[in-house]
Design a protein around this ligand. Structure first.
Ligand code: 5GP
Length: 194
């Protein structure tokens, strides 16, 4: 998506060979006009999938996921992160190794909010090793619901997540794909036309 790529070039900060900081428009300060475009683009991408719900993980996925849900006119469901290991029967839960925190966290969704007739689009801000998105697919599976697709704002194509998810048969659509962050520079993979 051209506007997103331009924004990454103008305002993204390469923190290391593995981490891109986008606090100026996505993760801390949010550009609502860009988010609206992102939401419309994902909505168009998944328009034929009979989507009933958008699912994301708190907190960075919320902005693009909300705009996607708005464009599709379906509810947004936000999986919660918690450290506690207390068992709660009214939750679907999955364990996720957090890329940014470098620790295992538990994510959960209320059983009352996800059902077997749901067609779910999963949205997240970044795709690195795929653990967050995979955890969300596990939650959808526990509900016997269907993953209609996975929408990622920024995929770091040099990490394993994209391959992991696509090999499992999920349709993964990323609006910007980064080939490398080496030398403090963002190099994009092939342009995604949206
Ligand atoms: P994964 O689970 O795919 O390894 O990592 C995805 C999650 O880690 C995303 O939800 C995002 O919050 C965070 N993340 C991964 N890589 C980056 C990055 O380069 N920059 C930022 N800001 N967040 C990242």
């Amino acid at each position: 998506m051209r506007e997103l790529i331009e924004k990454i070039v103008e305002e993204g900060e390469v923190l290391s060979e593995h981490v891109l900081k986008v606090d100026r428009f996505l993760n801390h300060q949010v550009d609502p006009v860009l988010m609206k475009r992102i939401g419309e683009t994902f909505a168009k991408t998944f328009q034929n999938e009979s989507v009933t719900k958008v699912l994301t993980l708190e907190s960075s996925g919320i902005s693009p996921a909300l705009m996607t849900a708005y464009a599709l006119r379906v509810p947004l469901l936000i999986a919660r992160k918690r450290k506690s290991l207390t068992l709660q029967n009214d939750l679907y839960t999955a364990k996720v190794y957090s890329f940014t925190k470098q620790e295992e966290i538990e994510i959960s969704v209320s059983r009352s909010l996800l059902h077997e007739d749901d067609h779910v689009v999963i949205i997240d801000d970044f795709l690195a090793n795929g653990q967050a998105a995979l955890g969300l697919t596990e939650i959808v599976k526990q509900a016997n619901a269907k993953v209609a697709g996975i929408g990622i704002v920024i995929e770091k194509a040099f990490q394993d997540g994209g391959t992991l998810l696509r090999n499992r048969g999920f349709r993964v659509v990323s609006l910007a794909r980064i080939a490398s962050l080496q030398g403090g520079k963002v190099q994009f993979a092939e342009e995604v036309v949206c």
